[in-house]
Structures are given as structure tokens and as C-alpha cells.
Design a protein around this ligand. Sequence first.
Ligand code: PLP
Length: 349
Amino acid sequence: MSPRLHIDLGALRANIARVRETVAPAELMLVVKDDAYGHGLVPVVRAAAADGVTWFGAFDVRTGRAVRAALGGAPRIFSWIAASRADLDEAIAADIDLGIGDAGLLEDLAGAARHARTRARVHLKIDTGLHRNGVRPEAWAAFVARAAALEADGLLEVVGVWSHIAEASDEEDDDARAVFEWALRAAHLAGLKPSLRHLAASAASFARREFRYDMVRVGAFCYGIRSAGGPDARSLGLVPAATLEADVVAVEGDEVRLGIGALHGLPSSLAGRADVSTPGGARRLVRVGATEAVVAGWPDASAGDVVVIYGDDATGAASSTDLAELIGTIGEEIAVRVSPLVPRIYAGA
Ligand SMILES: *Cc1c(COP(=O)(O)O)cnc(C)c1O
């Protein structure tokens, strides 16, 4: 059999419930970029919507439209990467809220709204230090003044003010939050009344109450992916939702060949560093080729044995973040690397 990714939608739903109760009264926006972190966009958003999640964070407009197509009219969808005028037109047509962090793009959005004879819903982005397409503080006063004028013209509705933070050190995040507070005051002085202020992603939404504001944008924790260097999933009340499995295809002496390789998304840099979970216990990954990998053998290993590459660490397997830490990356990166050609198998809908 080919390698496969098992997705436990029950675990996803339990994680979502856990995040919502933790951040309440702030609202959860479930972030579903990169095919819902590799878990499969449509099953994930359907399960979340069934449990009452009303906000979805979709990165690009294309993903936003896919969420709209899957869920219909009711949910709110937020996209924060609109590159072209066509993106803006499509976002308006699909009733998608846009995150805008560029003065030129704000004008383009107003133009698109005028053309569509509607009001575009917008969340204004301040650059609080990450330098990822936000409006810099020195340009913010003019930006919010212009947004207020376009709102008064009936072209825009300024729904939110937001930013993104590194969540790597508390000190840097505190500095970013001070800039955010300043930007909120400037927006109010310009006459704007954004009802949704949002700043935190997974780590800060749990660890730092004052970062929650009206809404948190959470991806990783909803999928049960803990932060690198952070507390384990169980201690956060979370369960990893995905398990990547492969089969033994051949046993040659003390080496066992698995039917999974770099083309399926297994990082070759894990060879010599990571252990996988076999019927004989944890065994070291020795080599990763294009379509197969070699792992150290165990007694009675035989073709057809099932090996877990990553999954729920409470079962003794490595988590995606455990693997990520071995090669200096984050659990999300391991999850989104799993090739779209690896079948997703859903349970617990
Ligand atoms: C990916 C992303 C998030 C979610 O981050 P997690 O750490 O996965 O919760 C939130 N906001 C923005 C802008 C993002 O790009």
C-alpha cells in the first residue's frame, strides 16, 4: 500500500473545542492555509463548521473561495494575501473579508468595490515588526485616515485591525503589542470603529491572555501540532490529529525498507536523526531515498508491517514537532510537506 495520512476528525474537533474554551470570550478564527496544514481543506472546514466555528483564515483568495464553495454563505472567511485586482474582484464576489496592509492595495480594493457596487469588508494590517506586508507605523496615520474616507464614501467597511507576531520571545511580542495598541488608538482617532482586533496565533493565544483581543487566528494547535521548543500537546489539552503511516516493503538482513520517501514528503535530512515507530519499537531511520526509506531492523520484521513516521506522541510515536526539532524546523512544516498524492484517510467525522 502507498503511505497514507490518517486524520482523526474527532481529535481535530476536540482540539478546536479546547482552543475555543481557552481563548473565550475571544473568538476563534481557524487557519486553514496550505490545505489545512496538510489535513485536507474540505473535511476540516466541514467538521469545524458543524461544531460552530464561524471564522476561517484562508491565506489566499483561492483558498477562501474553496472554503466558501464547501460551506456556503454563512461563515466569515478572511484572506490576507491578495496579489492582483482579479483577486480583489473574486474576494468581493465570494463575500470574503480581506486583510490589507498596503496603501495601493487599499485604493485598488475601493475601486473594485465601486465597480461591484458594494462595500468591501477590510481588516487593516499594521506592521508590528515582522515586516510581512503590513503598513509601517510611520505610514499608518495616513493609511487609517484614507480608510476612514473610503468608509465614509460607502466603499469599505473597516471590520478589523490586525497584525502578526513572531511568538518567538515574550519581549519581542510585547514590543509588537505596544505598536499594535498605538495603531488601534490611531485608528480610533481617524474615526474608525473596528470591532475585531486580532493579533495572536497558537502560542500567544494560549500563553498570553492580553494578546487575545476579540479574535485569535489559530492553526497549529487546532491540528494538535505543538510549538517547537514548547510544551507537549497533552499538557496543552491537545491531541495530534494526523498520523503518517508507511508499510515495510522488504527486509534485507538488518535493514528494513519502507514504502515512503522524499517524494512523499519525508525530509531526507531526518535520516540518521529520527526514530520511527515500528512493531518492534522505535527504530532509527537510516536512509531516505526518493520513494523508499531504510530503517534499522527488528526481530520478525516482515513485508506488510506498518510503521508510524509521526503521529500522536502519547502512543509512543514521534509527533511532527518532535521530528521538526531534529532538523531545526517547525511541526507545521513537516505536516504541510506530506505530498498531496499521499491519500488522506478520515475517521471520527
Ligand atoms: C499561519 C498564520 C496563523 C496561524 O499560526 P499558527 O501558529 O499555526 O496558529 C495566524 N496568522 C497568520 C497571519 C498566519 O499566517
